[in-house]
Design a protein around this ligand. Sequence first.
Ligand code: COA
Length: 150
Amino acid sequence: MSYIADILKEEYIGQIAELEKEYFGGDAWSENLIRAEIGQENKHYTVICEDGKVVAYGGFAQVLDEGHIMNIAVRKEYRRQGYAKAVLKDFSEKAKKYGVKRFTLEVRESNLPARKLYEAAGFEFVGIRKGYYSDKENCCIYWSSQEVLF
Ligand SMILES: CC(C)(COP(=O)(O)OP(=O)(O)OC[C@H]1O[C@@H](n2cnc3c(N)ncnc32)[C@H](O)[C@@H]1OP(=O)(O)O)[C@@H](O)C(=O)NCCC(=O)NCCS
């Protein structure tokens, strides 16, 4: 793994939108929505490329000293190689830089790979919102009491 973590840029938007569609279906962010995130002061994105191809990305919104993780995804053929971990570690670096002290996120109850990832990163499960998603699946709420993920 010889990655460089970059920020969100126009050149990545098309690939990210494709991955969103493939992995999040009806909940996917469109190209325009993603593009509108560029340059927002309270939004912090990490994009990891290999040979010019986006292989992992994620972002969080900063609300005062909290980081709300909005999305994270890794291209299928690159999973279980530490890319999501690398994205979360980069979030920690950004947290230190911008004064974020804790993180929170929501994840589908059935999304066990993501839940395992967040638990491995130090997040605690704090509760469920019933019927949260458009298809009525429950979401699980997680918090990390510190900015250091992994
Ligand atoms: C969830 C996701 C981002 C994980 O990405 P990844 O790059 O494969 O994760 P990593 O390789 O960095 O894994 C780090 C740790 O998380 C846990 N983990 C990740 N995927 C796991 C899985 N499928 N099963 C069990 N544990 C898993 C493990 O503890 C792992 O450490 P290990 O490999 O040393 O055991 C990836 O599966 C994905 O893109 N899924 C589709 C999009 C999605 O659901 N995103 C989350 C929305 S909330």
